[in-house]
Design a protein around this ligand. Structure first.
Ligand code: GLN
Length: 386
């Protein structure tokens, strides 16, 4: 196609295609086992699918209210009270979104002004920084401390100033699998006290946390929750990442601003799925059983590769396990991830891409949200590498 001759100044000059798309495409091209992009390769609940189907057949195929349907928002508010003793008003403080990424974007777009600084911990999930930059914000990076990827709150204190408008946190953490503790939340509460800082807390892996730890949602900390957008994902909790359904919670004043943006991004999220989820969420076991379901997968995978040349890093939550390949190769992690896909048939994600200036610790991220059979085949290939 011919294209017009003018110049378009890129708003994201250094941004390429998301690593998840790139690695999944490479996996397909080389017929590799895809442990790169985080998504389950097993079925979601047949009951949930049939509920969606039923609501479609009933004719609930038109727009939902912009905020999401009330019964779903009510069920979410009830869940927040039961799990985290947090009170959110379903009318004014809960909103259904087209996935976590859309919720994060809208929260940033609603609150970050030109020149505002946003503190981002690195490695960081890939959608944060572009959303900040597109809205005129300036990301300010604080490195998580290896080897456990904990937050050094003294570092945070050093970078907070009168331009800081937002701090973004993520627990359980993608890509490292680190989790934040109650102490972390108390520190964050202290640092933000009395300052106009909004928090975005990406908690999409709230139900995927291991070894008996309890998810420390911001919602458990009222003084912090009063300045926070908390982001959740139905995709992660119900094995339906392709449905792109999530939700956001925030106090009414923040939510009012969120909705002004949300209504013009997507207007509303998929309606028959909302009706289905409102019913299906009544089955609490479906999400309460996820910790042990995914812990088994993590342990299964780790056990299969523990005698390989890869070194296991701790994973306390999320879909992901990091493996250190420094005993195998000196290659850059991006090169090694490509070679692993092409030559050995296992796709992963190199961790350096989650930094604004790549930090290469010779780590690859593997998604274990897969059938045992998939994990076995991948492990068998990884075991052969020396
Ligand atoms: N959250 C998924 C991951 O970390 C990917 C989502 C996406 O492809 N954008 O792999």
């Amino acid at each position: 196609m011919s294209h017009f001759q003018g110049t378009i100044k890129s708003k994201l000059p250094t941004t390429g295609t998301s690593i998840f798309t790139v690695m999944s495409a490479l996996a397909r091209e080389h017929n590799a086992i895809n442990l790169s992009q985080g998504f389950p390769d097993f079925e979601c609940s047949a009951e949930l699918v049939s509920l969606v189907n039923q609501y479609m057949k009933k004719g609930l195929n038109q727009y939902a209210p912009m905020q999401g349907i009330l019964p779903l928002r009510e069920t979410i508010a009830q869940k927040m009270e039961e799990l985290y003793s947090a009170k959110y008003d379903p009318e004014t403080e809960v909103n259904i979104t087209a996935g976590g990424t859309q919720a994060i974007y809208a929260a940033i777009a609603a609150t970050v002004q030109e020149g505002d600084e946003v503190i981002v911990f690195e490695p960081a999930y890939d959608c944060y920084v572009p959303a900040i930059e597109l809205n005129g914000g300036i990301p300010v990076f604080v490195q998580l401390k290896a080897p456990d990827y904990s937050i050094d709150w003294n570092e945070v204190k050093k970078v907070v100033n009168q331009h800081t408008r937002m701090i973004m946190i993520n627990t359980p953490h993608n890509p490292t699998g680190a989790v934040m503790t109650a102490k972390d939340m108390q520190q964050l509460e202290k640092i933000t006290r009395g300052i106009d800082i909004v928090v975005v807390s990406d908690e999409v892996y709230e139900h995927i946390i291991f070894d008996g730890s309890e998810h420390q949602s911001v919602a458990r900390f009222p003084k912090l929750a009063e300045r926070t957008f908390i982001i959740f994902s139905f995709g992660k909790s119900y094995h339906t990442t392709g449905w792109k359904m999530g939700y956001v919670l925030a106090p009414a004043n923040l939510m009012a601003e969120f909705r002004k943006v949300h209504q013009f991004m997507v207007f509303c999220a998929n309606s028959p799925i909302q009706y289905a989820l409102a019913d299906y969420m009544k089955n609490k076991d479906a999400y309460l059983s996820l910790n042990s379901f995914y812990q088994k997968k993590r342990d299964y995978f780790n056990n299969l590769v523990k005698d390989s040349k890869f070194k296991l890093r701790p994973s306390s939550g999320s879909y992901f396990q990091s493996l250190d390949y420094s005993a195998i190769s000196n290659e850059k992690d991006t090169d090694f991830a490509v070679r692993l896909t092409k030559e050995y048939g296992v796709a992963s994600v190199p961790i350096s891409v989650f930094y604004h200036k790549p930090i290469d610790n010779k780590l690859l991220r593997f998604c274990f949200a897969k059938k045992e059979d998939t994990l076995e085949q991948a492990a068998e290939r990884l075991m052969k590498i020396n």
